[in-house]
Ligand binder design. Sequence first.
Ligand SMILES: C[S@@+](CC[C@H](N)C(=O)[O-])C[C@H]1O[C@@H](n2cnc3c(N)ncnc32)[C@H](O)[C@@H]1O
Length: 235
Amino acid sequence: MNGWIIPPPKESTRSSEEFLKERQEKVRWLIRHGFLRSQRIKEALLKVSRENFIPLLYKDYAYLEVPLPLPGEKATISCPHSYPLFYEPLGLDEGHKFLEVGLGSGYGTALAREIVGPEGLVVSIEIDPLTFEFASKNLEDAGYNDIVLVKGDGGLGYPPMAPFDRICVTAACPEIPPPLIEQLKFGGRLIAPLLEYGIQNLVLLEKSEEGIRRKVICEVLYVPLRGKYGGEKKE
Ligand SMILES: C[S@@+](CC[C@H](N)C(=O)[O-])C[C@H]1O[C@@H](n2cnc3c(N)ncnc32)[C@H](O)[C@@H]1O
């Protein structure tokens, strides 16, 4: 990906105790830098072992602020700070019915499962078959067997389980796919990187009976959305 220096692949040398210390330090760092505020998101970040969602040869870099390559076409696991960056403004919370577009490694999905808790529901869609297999195995190995995983074009949403309280798109969209806005509840929120004037803005939408309110959070850099509403070749 442009804009990041991906460290070279190497065998992992770290123990689970070392990873735990790094995870705890990362959470303190996220709080200090203003990314993390909510208790539920904090608990999820402390609980989910990010290193278990990363290909073997990149595991030791799990807590570095770089996106790392995943099996599949242009798939990456996002930087650690991007999860609170998305989930805090989204107000992801206990009991929510949550849709993620772009399963990637499954790490963000596992965090969301922890945050919404047993009363909530997580649905995640991945378009790349190799990435989908990788994430499905990571989630199964980590003991998450109650997440709805869908192989397909997330730009179309997931009508069988709509409407959703919260929707998160983890790939850059030329426009917010209209089916996602349709499948958002009134009072619901959607967050996505949106391509505008040659840059990507992280945009938060709030849907109400009166219409859609939009807020730009910050500039970001994400892999492009594929499929019907993607910016590159149509699939
Ligand atoms: C930045 S990665 C996601 C990172 C993920 N949140 C994680 O924790 O690993 C973006 C993902 O979106 C997927 N993607 C791109 N277009 C898609 C689409 N139309 N539907 C579903 N997934 C898509 C890519 O294949 C890639 O896996």
